[in-house]
Write a protein that binds this ligand. Structure first.
Ligand code: HEC
Length: 144
């Protein structure tokens, strides 16, 4: 038992050396960030920007392994899939695709349930969902 504990301790220390390498703040390029009504932006900032923007608020424990592995995966993938800080660098086809996906995404899996476990303030209320869905549908409609 003692040996097992020692072994686990060594592993826990060793994995801290795996680099985290996810910048919290990448400066926005001029004009690239999404501009949306204030009410919409406030919800996106609170519930989505940690993974879908260049501005992530990392709590202290997020860079400690093994939590850091999840943080890194979520933020890297989230930014790759949809980055609101780079919104205006997307062509119309891509913008439309994301706008159409947003209502569905917030109904099913966004923000990710594992993230909501430790970020209770990011949970979307029914009103938040309506505001986001309406905004996305209207913006998509305007583009079609
Ligand atoms: C904890 C990180 C995290 C948060 C917070 C988060 N997402 Fe995501 N999101 C991801 C990841 C990772 C993916 C890609 C994998 C997947 O689709 O499950 C994704 C995918 C998506 C997609 C699909 C993109 C595509 O390419 O198909 C949409 C749309 C989306 N998210 C919207 C949102 C919205 C809107 C919010 C806020 C209400 C949000 N997400 C919050 C991590 C996050």
């Amino acid at each position: 038992m003692k040996k097992l504990l020692l072994f686990l301790m060594v592993i826990l220390v060793a994995i801290q050396f795996i680099p985290f390498n996810v910048p919290a703040d990448i400066p926005d390029k001029e004009g690239e960030a999404l501009k949306a009504p204030q009410e919409v932006e406030a919800i996106l900032k609170r519930s989505c920007y940690d993974c879908h923007s260049n501005h992530t608020r990392f709590p202290w424990y997020s860079s400690i392994a093994p939590a850091s592995f999840f943080t890194k995966m979520h933020v890297k993938e989230g930014r790759e899939h949809l980055n609101f800080s780079r919104w205006n660098s997307y062509d119309d086809e891509k913008k439309l695709k994301y706008l159409q996906k947003i209502p569905k995404a917030i109904k099913s899996k966004m923000p990710l349930p594992s993230y909501l476990l430790i970020h209770k303030d990011a949970k979307l209320s029914e009103d938040d969902k309506k505001v986001l869905s309406n905004w996305a549908s209207e913006a998509a409609f305007d583009m079609e």
